[in-house]
Design a protein around this ligand. Structure first.
Ligand code: BGC
Length: 414
């Protein structure tokens, strides 16, 4: 097929993505809020009002549609929906029902993430994702939320990037699980919630312990969501780097794949409807392990190598391994230079196009992130957004990239 003539499928999901804690503001009942506020905090700043999306979602959703997108991926907040163990807030569920209804008013397909890096304080105080028996709490929340919202959901992600902690540790970043176990911020957070335990994923969690809890919780959540209202695709999302090997590095690459990616992909293969691919860069392996990018290589604000072609590699791997349809649930770049954002997305989308031309079933592409928002422990300094937010006035200003990608979405052509 001629590259120029290529058109994305008419029903392709062109989306933007965000997550509750990063944009809503005032998520005071979450484990992350606790971690932001302990004196020993490792967070650069607190999330505060974030982008006040909790109140401003009607205008925000209208703007996303107006820019040309047809899909909005967002998360519902467990800490609001179940503020105390077993106590469900109808008001919070109604809030998310209104958000979903607003998406439908503007013909946006809502992709709902049930867990995007935040849990209620009470869950953290019970040992969070480090305790196998706690998987049942997540499944119960998924069941209740689906009972209330399921008829309006377009697609659902159970858990966002359950492998991200393992991935970050593989990059050589601290803290290690041993360091987390005795970290002063963990002890302070436990005290703050009146417990002798505190585990919050991903910032304060022993990932080696959490891995199997996530695998179980995902399957339980999948069943809970499927047994409820609505009929929509359900899957998990994974942080997937494009893992490459230089000659002799294949064994090292495959070892990383097995421990960080495949163990989750194996579970996705047990009945999921899709696999959510979230890719920001590549990792390269040689015979001795990781080979780091050249010091002259272009880097993003996160310090990642600027390598948009990673998305194609990650899609091919995930689709080939699982045989499942792929939704790119996140791809993007933290940068102050919006021209580099456009270049990054353009090249990433060329990769998506190559996959589609080879017959790989890619259903959609969601740019991360819709707004400049709370980039977890880095705070607001890192700017992934298509839309700039002045946090003193909450005024939104779409960047050129927002309009550029929206036009591609409208036309279905690069
Ligand atoms: C997460 C987002 C995060 C983004 C950029 C992903 O790992 O799902 O919450 O903001 O990467 O770092």
């Amino acid at each position: 097929m001629e590259q120029q003539a290529f058109k994305f499928p008419d029903n392709f999901w062109w989306g933007v993505a965000g997550a509750a804690h990063q944009v809503e503001g005032g998520n005071v009942n979450s484990d992350c809020w606790v971690l932001e506020h302990v004196p020993e905090s490792s967070y650069a700043e607190v999330s505060g009002d974030a982008c006040d999306h909790f109140h401003r979602y009607p205008e925000d959703i209208a703007q996303v549609a107006d820019l040309g997108y047809n899909t909005y991926r967002f998360s519902i907040e467990w800490a609001r929906i179940e503020p105390e163990e077993g106590e469900f807030s109808i008001a919070a569920l109604e809030h998310y029902r209104r958000m979903l209804a607003t998406c439908h008013v503007y013909n946006l397909k809502p992709i709902v993430t049930f867990h995007h890096f935040t849990s209620p304080r009470w869950f953290a105080a019970k040992g969070g994702w480090e305790v196998m028996d706690n998987a049942k709490y997540f499944a119960r929340y998924c069941e209740r939320a689906t009972a209330h919202l399921g008829d309006l959901i377009g697609a659902a992600c159970t858990i966002n990037e359950p492998n991200v902690g393992l991935l970050i540790q593989d990059l050589g970043f601290t803290p290690t699980d041993e360091q987390i176990a005795s970290a002063p911020f963990r002890k302070a957070a436990a005290k703050a919630v009146g417990s002798d335990q505190f585990s919050a994923f991903p910032g304060c969690c022993q990932h080696g312990l959490a891995r199997d809890v996530f695998l179980k919780a995902h399957r339980m959540a999948f069943d809970a969501i499927k047994s409820g209202r609505g009929d929509f695709p359900v899957g998990m999302t994974l942080a997937l780097e494009d893992r490459q090997a230089i000659p002799g590095g294949e064994a090292q690459r495959d070892k990383a794949r097995r421990g960080i990616d495949d163990v989750f992909l194996d579970v996705a293969k047990q009945g999921d409807d899709f696999i959510g691919v979230q890719t920001y860069t590549r990792s390269v392996y040689g015979p001795e392990g990781r080979v780091w990018p050249d010091e002259n290589a272009e880097r993003t604000q996160m310090g990642y190598e600027f390598y948009p072609e990673a998305l194609e590699g990650a899609i091919r791997y995930a689709a080939g391994y699982t045989g499942l349809p792929v939704i790119v649930t996140e791809n993007g770049i933290g940068t102050d230079d919006d021209t580099r954002r456009i270049e990054y997305v353009r090249r990433a989308l060329q990769g998506v196009r190559n996959c589609l031309m080879d017959g790989i079933d890619v259903r959609g592409y969601c740019y991360w992130s819709v707004f400049d928002n709370f980039e977890w422990s880095f705070g607001y300094r890192i700017r992934f957004g298509l839309i700039d937010v002045d946090r003193s006035t909450q005024k939104r200003a779409p960047k050129p990239s927002a309009t550029w990608l929206g036009e591609i979405a409208r036309a279905g052509k690069l």
